[in-house]
Unconditional design. Structure first.
Length: 247
């Protein structure tokens, strides 16, 4: 997803072919969902100008989790005036980034090094500064079920597994569900497409990630927006059913 693309009215996708972040417009104000990689700061002003806005129009940044490919321009948006919000369980790793554990321990990544696309991913991330994760201190926190006091009034749904504090973000007013890395529509290693879990070695608990799908299934939305891959135009229930076919 290159540059700002209006996916459904007042919901914009930005980023690159491998990493997405989003803007949701409500009454002229913007809420960002996730913040991509640091290199996205290079085009931030131009991207906002393309949809008639400036970085100062971003009132809030809601992070689904604390991974480096979702927090990259958080400090840039904060400097322009945005509040930064994250699920309470992921706030410590947002403020003090550290390697993941469990299924995502670094040793479990070794088999992926045999896959040629891994190097393409590493180059993609390296060129965009994804290995220099910002330390974002003092973020506001939210909990499961909270309706956030930001433009669009989204609700947080705790979906642990990819990280301990991972949350999906539901904007009922826009019929949109942002799932972060609860699942993707593009496997960043194999490049397989369609709804599926993130690669096992990127999830703190692959089993918990699969279990969390049940929390997304009943959500009412017309479009599902992942951190990696194309938007899913359909219900969360249909997307979850497709994910389960790949398990």
């Amino acid at each position: 997803m290159e540059g700002p693309v209006e996916i459904v009215p007042r919901v914009y996708g930005l980023g690159s072919e491998l990493v997405n972040w989003y803007l949701v417009e409500t009454d002229g104000e913007l809420t960002a969902v996730d913040a991509g990689v640091p290199g996205f700061a290079d085009t931030l002003e131009a991207d906002l100008a393309a949809i008639g806005h400036t970085p100062a129009d971003v009132s809030a940044l809601v992070l689904t989790h604390s991974d480096s490919d979702h927090t990259g321009i958080a400090l840039d948006l904060r400097a322009a005036g945005a509040r930064v919000l994250i699920g309470a369980e992921d706030e410590p790793t947002l403020a003090r980034p550290r390697p993941k554990t469990g299924d995502a321990s670094p040793i479990h990544l070794l088999p992926y090094l045999l896959h040629p696309n891994t190097y393409r991913l590493l180059v993609h991330f390296g060129r965009r500064g994804a290995f220099k994760q910002p330390k974002v201190e003092g973020a506001e926190t939210y909990a499961d079920g909270d309706v956030l006091d930001v433009p669009g009034s989204p609700r947080a749904i705790h979906t642990p597994g990819h990280t301990v504090g991972h949350c999906a973000i539901h904007f009922p007013s826009h019929n949109a569900l942002f799932v972060g890395d609860a699942f993707c529509t593009l496997n960043v290693i194999t490049r397989a497409t369609g709804p599926r879990l993130m690669p096992r070695a990127l999830n703190v608990s692959n089993q918990q990630t699969a279990d969390s799908l049940a929390r997304l299934e009943p959500i009412q939305a017309e479009v599902v927006l992942p951190g990696h891959g194309r938007p899913w135009h359909g219900t969360p229930a249909h997307a979850v059913a497709r994910v389960r076919e790949t398990l």
